[in-house]
Write a protein of this length. Sequence first.
Length: 139
Amino acid sequence: MNILVNDAVSLNEYKKNHKNGVWLVWYYAEWCGHCQMMADSWDTFTKLLKKSNLPINTAKIEDTMISQLGVSVNGFPTIELHKNGKLAEVYSDERSPKSFLKFCKKHAKTSKAKKTVSKKKKNTSLKKKRSSLKKKSRS
């Protein structure tokens, strides 16, 4: 999902979806020269991200919408990684499509690894329960 948050409708859509999954969020201002220079890189990145099929969403949030989210931003552009609605990391690397994608790949692997571990734990606890039930039924 790729959302441009610049009005009440898109703000509500972002709020509704932001609590689930991994999001790379760019806080920007139209008047900011650095944001203007980064705009093409961000657009290229979102196209690359879509082709990559990584499970990461993006949001580009206009400065006029920030106060309605209850967050504070110290400068523009600010890029953050959010996981399930919470800040996970502030991006501080090069502002290029390849760097953004590399960052996302790193975090997509981390998310998959955590899911795999939790599935293994779940399977192990199910096996223990089944084993326990078999022992009880034999006695």
